[in-house]
Design a protein around this ligand. Structure first.
Ligand code: ZN
Length: 454
């Protein structure tokens, strides 16, 4: 546990709201600077371009980005030393360059990054591959990515920062010993009410509904499974909602059709999906017609080979930790380059985004915790976990298997991890940490981050 978390946990709620808001202000300043507003303006214009013009722009950006990486990243300089330094004539020329993996990033981060860590903004991720992974963004990267996300939301009439927003995320906001039923904190800088996704039990959901009815959010975003649980509760208990959001924007989980319909019925508004991982993948966004558009200004998606659905990504707004032909671990269903969507945006369409798992663990109070949220608990272990797997063997017993990089893994990480899990899954949960040499795969040959045996 960090010092700040300790202070937070022992403060009254009014001070906790202040800490959340201060941290919010800090993020606000990182995200909403000059570059953000300039880029918002550009994206609006870009959207009106014809496909051909967009693809030319994409190629130009790609060439600039590769040159940037060659010049500023030791890792890429070495990796590309045998590849002629001449411009790409088409996106397909990218195939000249090698694919990079998560393990390569984990092992070589110091050589990949183009700015010192202290100058950048560190993002902890790993997703559901069981690796603890740290990447560094420049301030410009963060602002441009934020601009893209907000631009996407603005298409439906939701303006981030200016409108009330309810977020279900994995942020630590409820201390482990809290007795009262307040599972949310307010980030005043973004008009954002943050709801804990660790406490959405059947018993607690009525308090969430009361809070939402008084806050009246204009959008709901965050973990899809938490929003589904909430919607299901509202429907079953026939709770009357006193607000109608403009739209709902889920993040980081696979959006299932039936669940989406349930949410749309309960909240009387549309759900719009979006893909862009925390490592910094390029964007895919859903339009008003329900089609998934590749955002050509943000990067390139390729299939790893002709027969595969697995993708490699090149993401222009990752100047801090350049991702070029990066094997991110996700897969997509067919890209249609020629589809003419009636929404008016000209760009290739993706049939479906796969790869984001729907696996989850269960807290002692019966709350489902999705894989992305579980992966978050590894964030203080830096780049030291090569592979991990979490097995829930019973309602009150979780086993954490770890393959660690012995050069950098510290003994005290075991205790930190144990504490994190205990806080999030309940103090009565038995947490065992096992250090192993290898994680066994499924009989299908597939690795799974989460195995739930209950
Ligand atoms: Zn469309």
């Amino acid at each position: 546990m960090t010092k700040l978390q300790n202070i937070y946990d022992n403060s009254p709620i009014i001070i906790q709201n202040l800490i959340v808001s201060l941290s919010g202000f800090n993020k606000f300043n990182q995200r909403y600077g000059r570059i953000y507003f300039e880029h918002r303006k550009f994206l609006k214009e870009f959207e009106s371009w014809e496909k051909e013009k967009k693809i030319n722009y994409q190629l130009k950006k790609l060439n600039e980005f590769i040159n940037f990486a060659r010049k500023n990243s030791k890792f890429y300089k070495k990796l590309y030393s045998n590849i002629p330094d001449k411009p790409l004539n088409e996106i397909n020329d990218l195939k000249r360059f090698p694919i990079i993996t998560k393990e390569m990033i984990r092992e070589n981060l110091d050589e990949i990054i183009t700015i010192p860590k202290w100058k950048g903004i560190i993002s902890h991720t790993g997703g559901t591959t069981g690796k603890s992974l740290e990447v560094v963004f420049t301030k410009e990267d963060v602002m441009r990515r934020m601009a893209m996300l907000d631009h996407f939301k603005s298409r439906f009439g939701f303006e981030n920062r200016l409108m009330r927003r309810a977020t279900f995320n994995g942020q630590h906001i409820v201390p482990p010993n809290q007795k009262n039923k307040i599972f949310w904190r307010y980030n005043i800088s973004c008009k954002q009410m943050i709801y804990s996704s660790f406490h959405t039990s059947e018993e607690n959901l009525k308090y969430y509904c009361e809070s939402l009815n008084s806050f009246k959010p204009q959008s709901i975003d965050g973990f899809f499974s938490s929003i589904v649980d909430l919607a299901s509760y509202i429907k079953r208990k026939k709770i009357k909602l006193k607000f109608k959001p403009i739209a709902i924007f889920p993040t980081s989980e696979k959006v299932l059709k039936e669940d989406k319909e349930l949410i749309e019925e309960v909240f009387q508004c549309k759900v719009y999906d979006q893909y862009a991982s925390s490592e910094g993948a390029p964007f895919i966004t859903e339009c008003e017609k329900g089609n998934l558009h590749i955002e050509l200004s943000t990067g390139v998606f390729e299939f790893i080979d002709e027969n595969s659905k697995e993708i490699v990504v090149t993401s222009f707004d990752t100047k801090g930790t350049p991702l070029i032909r990066y094997r991110i671990g996700d897969s997509i269903e067919a890209i249609d380059f020629n589809f003419n969507c009636s929404c008016g945006i000209q760009s290739p369409i993706v049939k479906e985004i796969n790869g984001r798992t729907t696996d989850f663990l269960v807290t002692i109070d019966g709350v489902r915790i999705n894989a992305g949220n579980v992966a978050n608990l590894f964030k203080n272990l830096h780049n030291s976990v090569i592979k991990s797997q979490i097995v829930q063997v019973s309602k009150d017993n979780i086993i954490i298997k770890l393959v660690v990089d012995k050069r950098i893994y510290k003994k005290e990480y075991d205790n930190q991890l144990h504490d994190e899990f205990l806080h999030k899954f309940g103090s009565k949960m038995k947490i065992e940490i096992q250090h192993v040499e290898e994680i066994e795969k499924e009989s299908s040959g597939k690795y799974r981050f989460i195995i739930n045996r209950i």
